[in-house]
Design a protein around this ligand. Sequence first.
Ligand SMILES: NC(=O)c1ccc[n+]([C@@H]2O[C@H](COP(=O)([O-])OP(=O)(O)OC[C@H]3O[C@@H](n4cnc5c(N)ncnc54)[C@H](OP(=O)(O)O)[C@@H]3O)[C@@H](O)[C@H]2O)c1
Length: 280
Amino acid sequence: MKILVTGATGTVGSQVVTELLARGASVRALTRDPAKADLPPEVEVVRGDLTDPATLTGVFDGVSGVHLITFGGEYFAPLTTGPEIVALAERAGVRRVTVLSGGGPTPLQDAVQASTGLDWTVVMPVEFMGNAAEWAPGVRDADQVREPFTDRLSAMVHERDIGAVAAVALTEDGHGGQSFLLTGPEVLTLRDKVDAIAAARGRAVELVELTEAEAVAEWRANGLPEDTVEFLIHVYGDTPVEGRTVSGVVEKITGRPGRTFAQWAREHAEEFRARGQGVS
Ligand SMILES: NC(=O)c1ccc[n+]([C@@H]2O[C@H](COP(=O)([O-])OP(=O)(O)OC[C@H]3O[C@@H](n4cnc5c(N)ncnc54)[C@H](OP(=O)(O)O)[C@@H]3O)[C@@H](O)[C@H]2O)c1
């Protein structure tokens, strides 16, 4: 069984690749730049740009399933080539498709869900645990995490579990026509997360509360576009209930509990250690 993974060099796609290989599937990975792709040697790497269907000739040939991203540009600009991508996949005889959803509708997701030939599964994660990697420079350099809305709650999900669910949907029957809301196994405060990072790195971390105005100023100074700033204020300031409720889907689909944030922090402890800090 061969599966095509788009976004394979990214946070989630790389985990889809790992989980597919662990399940014994063969993997073809799509990237715009094969020379830069750091993927396991057994993965077949092909060049293609999802914004330009002419570059996708042949990439769907011989695959039974495809993992699709819905974006194709800076700051996750939605792909407008969904109908062409779906037509190429259908024509090549692809059966199963997973779509990594950003939450809202996109032309690609709409085209996949409108397809009569594809057995599709939408994988809709809440906040990734991996987003906490953004804190690494501040933790390493100043032992600080600077965030607004420090009382906010999140059922953040480990990206490996997103990959695990997608891999099941791409290799087993019975998951077609469904949308899976993926969360982690617990609801955490920002303080819980900061404490988990402190425990993993073996050194205290201060949580500094920013006002909304201070946070907006920092995000703009970091070059975030205005719609992203607005999105962050919305999801952090008033997190939707599904973002702070454990869905249980990871365990239901993979048969084992979702990975915890403490585990994620231990896996990434080195990124948070101060220069010259010993390991306790
Ligand atoms: N962060 C969160 O908390 C969160 C929560 C829920 C949902 N999401 C959704 O998750 C998605 C982001 O996933 P991610 O973090 O795994 O992404 P990522 O790490 O930024 O990876 C981007 C991937 O997309 C590929 N890519 C980008 N443009 C492409 C194009 N034109 N043609 C072919 N490949 C292209 C890149 O491949 P190459 O560079 O190798 O070509 C790379 O593998 C977004 O849809 C976001 O809305 C995020």
